[in-house]
Every structure is written in structure tokens, then in C-alpha cells.
Design a protein around this ligand. Structure first.
Ligand SMILES: [Zn+2]
Length: 55
């Protein structure tokens, strides 16, 4: 398991892998799994919508 990731620790887009830290259209999706908050970052809505193969 990973340590908690600091929010300022340059996340990357889950779809295309680009850094999203300085992207103004940055999106974050969070959910709770096993009593822990999970987060996934995306460049923008297009990349978020492209992520459709989870679960
Ligand atoms: Zn992306």
C-alpha cells in the first residue's frame, strides 16, 4: 500500500499520465474505499470521461 500522498505532490492524469498540477482544468475524483479516501486526478473533463473501465 502507498503512504498518504500529499496533495501538493504533483499528481498526474490517470488517463494520459500528464502532470496536472499547473493545469487550470484539473479535475479530481474522490471516493471512499476500505474506509480510506481515494483520489484520482485528470487533466480535464475529457480525460475524466475517458476513464470508464474502472469497476
Ligand atoms: Zn489527461
Amino acid at each position: 500500500m502507498e503512504e498518504n500522498v500529499d496533495p501538493e505532490d504533483a499528481p498526474t492524469c490517470a488517463t494520459c499520465g500528464e502532470p496536472v498540477a499547473n493545469n487550470p482544468t484539473h479535475r479530481v475524483v474522490t471516493w471512499v474505499e476500505d474506509d480510506a479516501v481515494q483520489a484520482r486526478h485528470f487533466c480535464d473533463d475529457d480525460c475524466r470521461d475517458a476513464w470508464d473501465d474502472e469497476r
